[in-house]
Design a protein. Structure first.
Length: 332
């Protein structure tokens, strides 16, 4: 499907982005607008922030709707593609909001698919590397079924996304919906929340506050960090493809959590101790994507060097730090 603006008629193609005020949803909105779309962003603002879309004020091609997609979604007019990005995505959020996380993964996905079916639109699911759980296969390929504890504290997120994938493929097979599924690995960049609990903002926030960096476990567990611009480009390419199976998107460069902490300290110039706390339940020991499918299908691989992306992220957080009340917060 050609998802570019219709140059013959000048008519804008319409994209719906659920979770449009979130970290990834807002960056995706920018990419779609740059490609000539009109975008309708939907968010209930539970974890998303209006700050992420404030730069779009007055843009005639963007509309924001405050709505919980766990309830029926109604959008007037034509829609070309529905991007379902709504969901708490950090452990601190989905552990605090377990039922809402399950609802947006189940009911929200069902409603978003229903919208796509009603509009005869394509559907794009933002899934996650967490469907692999604490993997026994390394690196993780799309044909690996995962190692997930369905009743563990992280199961509310992992199983919500696994169910969402199953529901998406059911709509594809039963109703002929043009569906895409991306499995997103650790991504970082501007517009993350300093308090969202993920390791990138957590370490940067602690370094800026002059606090010890908290490492869970012994720090030997690994992650792979992809800069947001690279991820969004891969998502955009997948949205325009005819590929229906899940596709991993992430950076295959793998590092330990301790190595990442040391990189943050080096970049900030801070001389701070590393302190250790117990490893959270079911926390993955390793995480690295096999991106062979993305290279083959999308001709995609990450371009932004880790050090460059980390500097851009640090600059963003520094610009929004306000110490007026003696504690770190992000300006609204």
């Amino acid at each position: 499907m050609d998802l570019h603006a219709d140059t013959m008629t000048g008519r804008k193609r319409i994209a719906v982005v659920t979770g449009g005020c979130g970290f990834l949803g807002s960056h995706l909105t920018d990419r779609l607008l740059a490609a000539g779309f009109r975008v309708i962003g939907i968010d209930n603002l539970v974890t998303g922030s209006p700050r992420n879309i404030e730069h779009l004020a007055g843009n005639v091609d963007f509309e924001f709707v405050e709505h919980d997609v766990s309830r029926f979604i109604e959008v007037p007019g034509e829609v070309e593609i529905v991007f379902h990005f709504a969901s708490p995505a950090s452990p601190i959020d989905y552990l605090e909001l377990p039922i809402q996380t399950l609802k947006v993964g189940g009911l929200g996905t069902h409603n978003a698919l229903g919208l796509a079916r009603a509009k005869e639109a394509a559907f794009f699911l933002a899934s996650t590397s967490e469907v692999y759980g604490d993997p026994l296969v390394h690196p993780q390929t799309e044909d690996y079924w995962g190692n997930v504890n369905p009743i563990g504290v992280r199961g509310v997120y992992d199983e919500a996304k696994r169910y969402a994938e199953a529901l998406t493929m059911a709509y594809h097979r039963s109703h002929g919906i043009d569906t895409k599924i991306v499995r997103i690995f650790n991504t970082y960049g501007p517009r993350m929340r300093l308090d969202d609990g993920r390791v990138v903002p957590a370490f940067i926030g602690q370094a800026l506050r002059g606090e010890p960096l908290t490492i869970f476990g012994d720090g030997s567990q690994t992650r792979s960090f992809c800069y947001v611009d690279d991820l969004i480009e891969g998502i955009y390419r997948l949205s325009q493809s005819a590929y229906h199976e899940p596709v991993n998107l992430g950076n295959p460069r793998e590092m330990t959590i301790r190595e990442f902490a040391e990189a943050v300290l080096e970049l900030t110039g801070a001389s701070l101790p590393l302190v250790h706390q117990g490893l959270p339940a079911d926390d993955p020991k390793v995480r690295r994507p096999d991106i062979s499918r993305a290279k083959s299908v999308l001709q995609w691989e990450p371009k932004v060097a880790f050090e460059e992306g980390l500097q851009k992220t640090l600059d963003y957080f520094r610009a929004y730090v306000d110490r007026a009340q003696g504690s770190l917060r992000v300006k609204k």
